[in-house]
Design a protein around this ligand. Structure first.
Ligand code: NAD
Length: 253
């Protein structure tokens, strides 16, 4: 049986990428879309709110806007619908609301659905552990000029993962224009560049005494995120309530 996917943000750039990818697969289908706008040529019905969807779905994928989150959590809990949340830019309160909802429904949440980025995270943790205190850590991310949140959710995922393995608490220093002071060692500098059609670039710089190590990932197409989201949806549709992330998906394959 095909996994029936409800696609929130279906008319956006990522929504189109997910629709195109699902059309090529035979293990899943999009049963309806949620968006404020519709071309009428999606090949599935589009509703402006998830609560207008009259049918049944096995899982929801969201690539829309943080303001949509509360309705998705409410609908998910009411209908016991697993949620793959890919939107970035959630507030701390929203992240807590996601975690609370995961006591009732399965939720897969990742600021970056690409396999390569998840490998970059693991490599950055390893590098931080091996290099130790003699190296300053800076993260630089670059995205297209339409992106509304900064820094990227992925830059924060990288910083959080590195902080987890550091022996001392780390503080995040966003850009440096507002502060005239030498950098502290327990800082992770995070810098955002916006321009053109850059899909997504992340570089983690470990700057030591007379040597620098750089780990980086470049996404050349939104398809890498769409593929991760669809794989996560098929996986999540059969899981128990709880929080899931890319490492759970990878351990299944
Ligand atoms: N996790 C990942 O791997 C990953 C990858 C790429 C993008 N993203 C994130 O996904 C989100 C969407 O990215 P995009 O490039 O497709 O953006 P986009 O602006 O092209 O698309 C967003 C869509 O959401 C719709 N939308 C906005 N508010 C809505 C509302 N209240 N109700 C219904 N629909 C609404 C818009 O009409 C639009 O069609 C962003 O937060 C982006 O950062 C995450």
């Amino acid at each position: 049986m095909k996994t029936r996917i409800l696609l929130s943000g279906c008319s956006g750039k990522m929504g189109h990428a997910v629709s195109a990818l699902v059309a090529e697969r035979d293990d899943c289908e999009i049963c309806a879309g949620i968006d404020l706008s519709s071309t009428g040529h999606e090949g599935y019905p589009v509703y402006s709110s998830v609560f207008e969807f009259p049918g049944e779905a096995d899982v929801l994928i969201d690539f829309s806007h943080p303001s949509v989150l509360s309705s998705l959590l409410e609908y998910g809990k009411q209908h016991h619908l697993p949620l793959v949340l890919c939107t970035t830019g959630y507030s701390k309160e929203q992240t807590e609301a996601v975690r609370a909802a995961s006591a009732e429904i399965p939720i897969f949440s990742s600021g970056n659905m690409s396999l390569g980025i998840n490998l970059l995270i693991e490599l950055s943790k390893k590098a931080a552990q091996v290099l130790g205190e003699g190296f300053d850590i800076e993260i630089v991310e670059m995205h297209h000029n339409q992106k509304i949140d900064a820094p990227s959710g992925t830059a924060l995922m990288l910083a959080d993962a590195i902080s987890e393995v550091e022996p001392h608490p780390m503080t995040y220093q966003y850009d440096r224009h507002s502060r005239r002071a030498k950098r502290e060692h327990n800082e992770i500098g995070i810098h955002s560049v916006r321009g053109g059609t850059i899909v997504g670039e992340h570089e983690v710089i470990f700057a030591g005494h007379h040597e620098v190590i750089r780990l980086s990932h470049s996404a050349y197409s939104k398809e890498v995120f769409a593929a991760g989201a669809v794989n996560a949806a098929v996986f999540l549709s059969t899981q128990k309530p709880g929080m899931y992330q890319m490492s759970d998906l990878l351990s299944q394959t």
